[in-house]
Design a protein around this ligand. Structure first.
Ligand code: GCV
Length: 711
C-alpha cells in the first residue's frame, strides 16, 4: 500500500509494471485496462496482494489518463473503489457511503468480493486480499460495463477453493519427453537444461495471467520425478523458493512433485517404507525445512506405483499408508498431499480380455475410502483411462464419499490435437463438472470436488473438497501455448474452476474480448463471430475425425499424435478397441464383459450396461457391437464412422476458410501463426479420416452408403 502519511497523492505515470517479458499478453493486453485506467480509482487495503492491485491500477491509470488515488484521501469524486473490508474509521469521505456494506459484507471469504454501485461510484468490497485481486481482474473483464449506472449488485465467491495447475516440466531434458512432458509450447518457463531458467519476468507475467483467470496453485515440476527433479525437495529448494516468491503477490501457492523414494534417493536410507520410523522422521524434517524456506508452501504431488514410479506397494503397504506418511509430515505446517489415483497395470497381456485398465483406479482406491488423512487429496483423472477426447466420468468420483477428491483435467492437449489443432475444451470440462454420478437427484461432480455433502443418509465426509487440477499447457513459446487459440483452454479452465456452472461459450466471449479488445479492433463483431464459429464446436469436430464413439486411442504410440488405428492394439498399456471383421468396441458389461459397469451407482450402472440405453458417444467404450448395429441417431456404427470422418474434415476446412476473414483485422503475426496451425490441422484431419475409414472399410467390407471414395 502506498504512503499513508503526508500530502494527498495522485500517482500517474508509474514506471513499474511487473516487467515486460517479450511474450504475448494473452488475456491481459494493455488495451483491456482502458475502462479502468481512464477512471479515478481508489485502492484501500494493506499487504502484498493489495500492492499488486495498486501496481495494476497505477499502471493502468498512467496509461489511459485516469487517476490512482492512494491514502490519505481527499474528499474528491471517485469512479471506482477497490477496498478490503476494514475495521476502524472509514478511510475516505468517498467510502463513507460504504459503511453499511462494510458491516454486512461478511460471507465473502478470503477470495470473494462484492460489486455494486453507490451513488456514482462502482464499489468493490473484498473479503480478503486475494478477493481484491480477483475483483480487480473482474472489473477489467467487465470493461465499460463495470461503470454502468445499472450495474447489478453481485457477490462473487469461487465454488472451489483449490484451483490448481500441474506442470509436467522437467528440470533436466528427458531423453524421450524433452523439457516438458506432453508439452506442445516449447521449453519450460521454469527450467532449462538441468537448472532454473530464471526468467522471472515471464514467471511474473504468468502469475498475473493465472490470477486473472482465478488459478491459485501450481506444482512446478513433472509428476514423473527424474533424478534432478528429486533434488528440488532438498538441495535445489532455493530454485523453488525463487518461483514461489515471484508468484506469491498473485495469490498463487507453489507445490512440488516428489518421488516416493525420496528417503532412499535423497536421504540415503535403505527403505522408503511408509511405516518405518526413520522414513517418517526423514519426511517430517525435510518438510519442516521446506516450510522454513517457503512458509506458504502448498504441499506435495505424488504419482506412486504408476507407470514405473516407486510407491508403497513395493513394501506391501497401501496407497493410504503412503499418502498418510506425507500428509502427517505436512499437516502441522498447513500443507496437503495430492495423491494421484492414476494407477494401473501397464504391463498387461493384451490377449487377456478380463484385465481392464478402466477398472484399475476404482479397484485400487475405492476399498481405501475413509482411510486417508484429511489433508490428503486423492486426485482422480476425469475419466477411467487417460484424458481421451471422450470417456465416461470416472466411477471413483462416486465411490469415495469419505475421501477428499480432486478431479484432474488436461489443459495440455496430449490427446486432443497437441496444440496444433484447435480444440476448445471448455465444453468437455463443463460436461464433466455438470455430470451427476447418482442421477438427476444427486450431486454434480463439481459439488463433489467442492466438498458439498450428499443429502440423506449416505456417509460423506464433511470439510473442504479437493478442487480441480489440470495439467498446464504453457511453455516458452511467445504465444505461451504454441497455438494462440489454445490460450482459451487455460483461461477456461481457471474460470470453470472458479464457477463450474459457467457456459463455455460465455467464457469464450470473455476471452475473445480480453484477447482481442473491441476498442483495438476495427471490426470487433467479425472477430467475435469468427472466433466463435471456429472454436465453439471444435472439441466435437476433433472427436468426429478421430477415434469413434468413445473407443479412444488409435494414435501413434509414444507421441500420441496422428492416427494409427492399431497403435495400441497389441500393446501392454491396456488400450484396446478389439476391431475384427464382425464388430468393434470393448465389452465392459457385468453380464458378459469386464464388469466395469458395476463400478457405477444407479442409474449409470444400468444405463451403460445395455446398448439400448448407452449414449451413442460412449457406445464403443462399453460395448462390442457389430458394424450394422443401429445407433440412437438412426445410423449404423459403420456408416456413423464414415459420415463423421467426412464431416469432421469438412468442418476443419471450413475453419481454415473462416479464419482467413480475419486477415488484416487482427495482429498479422498471430493471424499467420494460427493459419499455419490450421493448415496442419486440415492435413492431419484428412489423414485421420483416411486411416480410420479405410481401416474399418477393410475390416468390415461394408461400403459407404453414400458412395464416397474411401481409399
Ligand atoms: C506424466 C499419460 C501420459 C504420461 C503422463 C501420465 C500421467 O500416460 O502419456 O506422459 O505422465 O499420463 O498422467 O502420469
Amino acid at each position: 500500500m502506498a504512503g499513508s502519511a503526508g500530502e494527498p497523492t495522485t500517482v500517474t505515470g508509474h514506471p513499474h509494471r511487473f516487467g515486460e517479458p517479450s511474450v504475448h499478453p494473452a488475456w491481459l493486453p494493455s488495451e483491456a485496462f482502458r475502462a479502468l485506467g481512464s477512471r479515478r480509482v481508489l485502492v484501500h487495503g494493506d499487504g502484498p496482494l493489495v500492492d499488486t492491485v495498486e501496481t495494476e491500477v497505477t499502471w493502468a491509470c498512467s496509461r489511459f489518463g485516469g487517476q490512482a488515488l492512494v491514502a490519505p484521501y481527499r474528499d474528491e469524486p471517485v469512479d471506482l473503489v477497490l477496498a478490503l473490508r476494514w475495521a476502524g474509521p472509514l478511510p475516505a469521505p468517498a467510502t463513507r457511503a460504504l459503511a453499511p456494506l462494510n458491516e454486512t459484507g461478511g460471507g465473502l471469504g478470503d477470495e470473494g468480493f462484492l460489486l455494486t454501485r453507490v451513488g456514482d461510484t462502482t464499489v468493490l468490497l473484498a473479503g480478503g486480499p486475494a478477493g481484491l485481486l480477483y475483483g480487480l481482474y473482474h472489473v477489467v473483464r467487465l470493461g465499460e460495463a463495470a461503470f454502468d449506472p445499472g450495474l447489478p449488485t453481485r457477490r462473487h465467491r469461487p465454488a472451489l477453493r483449490r484451483r490448481m495447475l500441474d506442470h509436467w516440466d522437467n528440470v533436466a531434458v528427458h531423453p524421450l519427453m524433452g523439457q516438458v512432458e506432453r508439452g506442445y509450447a516449447g521449453g519450460s518457463i521454469f527450467w532449462r537444461n538441468g537448472g532454473p531458467r530464471r526468467d522471472l519476468a515471464r514467471i511474473r507475467a504468468y502469475g498475473r495471467l493465472l490470477a486473472a483467470c482465478g488459478i491459485n496453485a501450481i506444482s512446478v515440476n513433472n509428476v514423473n520425478v527424474g533424478g534432478t527433479e528429486a533434488r528440488l525437495l532438498t538441495e535445489r529448494l532455493g530454485d523453488v523458493a525463487e518461483i514461489a516468491d515471484v508468484l506469491r503477490p498473485f495469490g498463487v501457492r507453489v507445490h512440488l512433485s516428489v518421488t516416493f523414494a525420496a528417503p532412499v534417493v535423497l536421504g540415503g536410507l535403505p527403505t522408503a517404507d511408509p511405516l518405518d520410523e526413520k522414513v517418517r522422521s526423514w519426511w517430517a524434517t525435510t518438510t519442516r525445512q521446506v516450510y522454513e524456506r517457503i512458509p506458504d508452501f502448498g504441499g506435495y504431488v505424488v504419482k506412486a506405483d504408476s507407470e514405473g514410479q516407486p510407491g508403497p506397494l513395493t513394501y506391501g503397504r497401501s496407497h493410504a499408508d503412503g499418502a498418510n506418511l506425507l500428509a502427517e509430515a505436512l499437516a502441522p505446517l498447513g500443507g496437503v498431499v495430492h495423491w494421484r489415483a492414476f494407477v494401473y497395470n501397464h504391463r498387461q497381456d493384451w490377449r487377456d480380455r478380463r484385465t481392464d485398465r478402466a477398472r484399475a483406479a476404482y479397484d485400487h482406491f475405492a476399498p481405501l475410502d475413509g482411510e486417508f488423512r484429511t489433508n490428503v487429496i486423492l486426485q482422480v483423472k476425469y475419466g477411467p483411462i487417460d484424458f481421451q477426447t471422450r470417456e465416461p466420468v470416472s466411477p471413483v468420483i462416486a465411490a469415495m464419499p469419505a475421501t477428499r477428491l480432486a478431479v484432474e483435467m488436461q489443459v495440455t492437449q496430449e490427446y486432443t490435437g497437441q496444440q496444433r489443432h484447435v480444440c476448445y475444451l471448455g465444453p468437455l470440462w463443463r460436461e464433466i463438472l455438470g455430470f451427476r454420478p447418482w442421477g438427476e437427484e444427486g450431486r454434480t461432480v463439481a459439488a463433489v470436488v467442492a466438498g458439498e455433502p450428499a443429502q440423506g443418509p449416505t456417509r460423506t465426509r464433511s470439510g473442504p473438497g479437493g478442487g480441480l487440477v489440470a495439467v498446464a499447457n504453457v511453455g516458452d513459446d511467445p504465444y505461451w501455448c504454441g497455438h494462440p487459440l489454445a490460450q482459451a483452454n487455460l483461461y477456461a479452465f481457471g474460470r470453470l474452476a472458479w464457477d463450474p456452472e459457467l457456459d463455455p461459450a460465455a467464457i469464450l466471449d470473455e476471452w475473445i474480448d480480453l484477447t482481442f479488445p473491441p476498442t483495438a479492433t476495427e471490426d470487433p463483431a467479425l472477430v467475435r463471430e469468427t472466433v466463435h464459429a471456429i472454436m465453439d464446436d471444435s472439441w466435437r469436430t476433433y472427436e468426429r475425425y478421430t477415434a469413434p464413439l468413445g473407443v479412444g486411442f488409435m494414435v501413434n504410440p509414444g507421441n500420441h499424435y496422428g492416427p494409427q488405428v492399431d497403435g495400441y492394439e497389441y500393446s501392454p498399456w491396456g488400450t484396446y478397441h478389439f476391431a475384427d471383421r464382425d464388430g468393434v468396441g470393448v465389452d465392459r458389461t457385468r453380464a458378459t464383459g469386464t464388469g466395469y459397469t458395476d463400478q457405477y451407482p444407479w442409474p449409470w450402472r444400468d444405463v451403460y450396461e445395455s446398448p439400448e440405453t448407452c449414449p451413442d458417444e460412449l457406445l464403443l467404450f462399453f460395448h462390442h457391437v457389430p458394424y450394422d448395429h443401429v445407433l440412437h441417431s438412426g445410423s449404423t456404427v459403420i456408416q456413423h464412422i464414415y459420415d463423421t470422418h467426412f464431416a469432421g474434415v469438412e468442418q476443419v476446412e471450413a475453419m481454415f476458410r473462416r479464419w482467413q476473414l480475419l486477415a488484416g483485422v487482427i495482429d498479422p503475426a498471430l493471424h499467420e501463426r494460427v493459419t499455419d496451425r490450421l493448415d496442419e490441422q486440415v492435413l492431419s484431419a484428412r489423414e485421420w479420416r483416411d486411416h480410420v475409414n479405410t481401416y474399418f472399410f477393410r475390416k468390415s467390407g461394408v461400403p459407404d452408403a453414400r458412395g464416397r471414395r474411401i481409399h
